[in-house]
Design a binder for this molecule. Structure first.
Ligand SMILES: Cc1cc2nc3c(=O)[nH]c(=O)nc-3n(C[C@H](O)[C@H](O)[C@H](O)COP(=O)(O)O)c2cc1C
Length: 156
């Protein structure tokens, strides 16, 4: 049986709520991506500017918590919010630094209506890693989405 890890970053709680639903449905282990507390602002527009500067300079934020032992998992569900149509930079930090070995990665993400090219950008950041289909949900619809989440999990 496959051993699953849920990895997620959440700036304002929606992706955390989705990760929590997934955890309830799978009983999988969970790792929350965190970055140093002063990395972003509490303001969305300032945070967006900071993230854009990180992308422009290539200076992605460091992860502030040690990674779990990733070699123990063969399926890693990687979640985050959509920022400017792409994965939030802490998710990119995870993909840039984590050695996920042969594990299959499956992206999940929350947005406010415009997911943009999230999955394409995730694929690019994931490089040669094996990937599964993603799940994108509006941040406001998570409490009503249990069937959709279950359907996604079933086909993984
Ligand atoms: C910096 C920033 C950029 C965002 N860009 C987008 C976007 O391009 N499209 C969209 O639909 N929502 C965008 N949002 C909204 C979030 O994706 C959405 O609220 C998401 O559910 C938040 O997840 P979180 O609570 O886990 O951080 C953005 C939010 C922030 C803070």
């Amino acid at each position: 049986m496959s051993k699953t890890l849920i990895v997620y970053y959440s700036w304002s709680g929606h992706t955390a709520a989705l990760a929590n639903k997934i955890r309830q449905l799978t009983q999988a282990d969970t790792y929350e991506i965190q970055v140093p507390a002063d990395t972003f602002s509490t303001d969305m527009y300032e945070t967006s500017d900071i993230a854009k500067a990180q992308l422009a300079t290539g200076e992605l934020p460091p992860l502030s918590r040690p990674l779990p032992e990733l070699a123990r998992y063969d399926l890693i569900l990687v979640g985050g919010p959509v920022w400017s149509g792409a994965p939030a930079t802490p998710v990119l930090s995870f993909l840039a630094t984590a050695d996920t070995g042969p594990a299959v990665l499956a992206p999940f993400y929350t947005h406010a209506g415009t997911a943009g090219d999230y999955e394409a950008a995730f694929r690019q950041a994931a490089g040669a890693r094996p990937l599964a289909t993603g799940l994108g949900l509006s941040g406001s619809s998570i409490s009503d989405s249990a069937p959709q989440i279950q359907q996604w999990l079933d086909q993984l």
